[in-house]
Ligand binder design. Structure first.
Ligand code: PNS
Length: 165
């Protein structure tokens, strides 16, 4: 059984993340979406909220499991007998950081390879940070995040009603 992990902060999950999840789920038997719970980052959403949002948007994908993790990704991967780490590459600007991370992870655990999926062109510009910035000022985020997530993001900024329903 081939298991891969797609790790990230998912603060919040975007349509770009969901696209990578759906495509990865077709490549492996079991896909774990690993939600980072490290104390050094101060996310907008708690880890439970991020897990919950991911569960909502992947409920129709039978081989996808959402788990949170703390500490090193390679340890989490070993614990779950994972053969591959999946990361999305949006643009060349992602490449240097992603390459360094994959090489570090491979030195730490040579049994786990990193597979890069190119982000679909329509999501190539998208990031959770951009979504938060747009939402903070009441901008329309409906083209950036799954439908189920939109109001939860606005609520974090005290914006109860969507601008462009
Ligand atoms: O969505 P992100 O924030 O780009 O995801 C980054 C993530 C979670 C994949 C990375 O920060 C990570 O794996 N953190 C866990 C700690 C770890 O293993 N660090 C060593 C990697 S060099």
């Amino acid at each position: 059984m081939k298991t891969a992990i797609y790790p990230g902060s998912f603060d919040p999950v975007t349509l770009g993340h969901l696209d990578i999840i759906k495509r990865s789920a077709r490549l492996v038997d079991h896909l774990i979406v690993g939600v980072l719970n490290n104390n050094t980052k101060t996310p907008l959403f708690s880890v439970d909220e991020r897990v919950n949002m991911l569960e909502d948007v992947t409920k129709d994908l039978d081989n996808v499991e959402i788990l949170s993790f703390s500490g090193l990704l390679v340890d989490f991967a070993k614990e779950h007998n994972v053969q591959a780490i999946i990361r999305g590459l949006r643009a060349v600007t992602d490449f240097e950081y992603e390459l360094a991370m994959s090489q570090t992870n491979r030195v730490a655990n040579p049994d786990v390879d990193t597979i890069f999926l190119n982000t679909s062109l329509k999501y190539a510009y998208l990031s959770s940070s951009m979504v938060k910035e747009m939402a903070m000022y009441g901008g329309d985020i409906s083209k950036f995040v799954p439908e189920q997530i939109i109001d939860r993001v606005y609520q974090k900024y005290g914006i109860a009603v969507r601008n462009n329903k």
